[in-house]
Write a new protein. Structure first.
Lengths: 142, 93
């Protein structure tokens, strides 16, 4: 845990700041970190691969109903690492069940390098859907 | 880094308002103590399973689950419907 975060939490525990203020401060710290990384990438002249951290899903309906979801990409890495710990007997069952459903995946072939490559390449992915009614769905990484 | 706070906000029709601020960082020290308490049993279970010919990496699995939990930090779910005056927001810091 960073020093700033610890300080905010202790201020919150002591009642010096409200929950709302603590939330805003923690968010501000997070934003500063993100901006710093972005600047680093710019300085390198775009040679560095994009350091994407989140997968965003944004749904906006014509009636102004909004759904915003932000999922950390690290969860893909952690989840895929977890699959490597599944016992081989169970993995065979999973693979055969997937084949039966028409998905020809072999989880034994997934390697950490593949996951890193997947995460690296997902940075350029963007899905935009717009319906006739004016509803929009946007999926992207950032 | 482990999630330290979960913020939950639910609002409906200006009548029902729920705002929760869950300090999950309080749970980590007891979780470490609990882990230390069950670690010997996990070791025994791992050894028994290996002897039976069905080896399972219980520590690895536990570590994997913890890393999934840790990677949840930064998750945000925000559902807003001004039409129905409803709001659901979940943030993990």
């Amino acid at each position: 845990m960073s020093e700033e975060r610890k300080r905010i939490l202790s201020m919150l525990a002591k009642g010096k700041i409200s929950e709302q203020e603590a939330e805003e401060l923690i968010e501000a710290i997070g934003n500063q970190g993100g901006e710093g990384q972005g600047q680093g990438a710019d300085e390198s002249g775009g040679a560095k691969p994009k350091n994407v951290k989140y997968l965003y899903v944004k749904v906006m309906s014509s009636a102004n109903d909004n759904v915003d979801v932000r999922v950390p990409l690290g969860i893909i890495r952690a989840g895929m690492k977890l699959t490597s710990l599944i016992p081989s007997q169970a993995m065979e069952h999973i693979n055969s069940a997937m084949h039966e459903k028409g998905m020809k995946f072999d989880f034994n072939n997934f390697k950490p390098d593949d996951i890193e490559e997947l995460i690296k390449n997902i940075a350029d992915m963007e899905v935009n859907v717009k319906s006739k009614d004016g509803d929009t769905v946007r999926v992207y990484c950032g | 880094m482990a999630p330290s706070i979960i913020s939950l906000r639910i609002q409906k029709d200006n009548r029902f308002k729920l705002k929760l601020w869950l300090p999950v960082f309080i749970l980590w020290p007891p979780a470490i103590i609990l882990f230390l308490m069950i670690a010997p049993f996990l070791l025994i279970a791992e050894a028994v399973l290996a002897l039976r010919g069905t080896p399972m990496h219980l520590f690895g699995m536990l570590g994997g689950l913890v890393s999934v939990l840790f990677s949840l930090r930064g998750t945000l779910v925000n559902v807003k419907s001004p039409r129905k005056d409803a709001l659901v927001m979940v943030k993990i810091y």
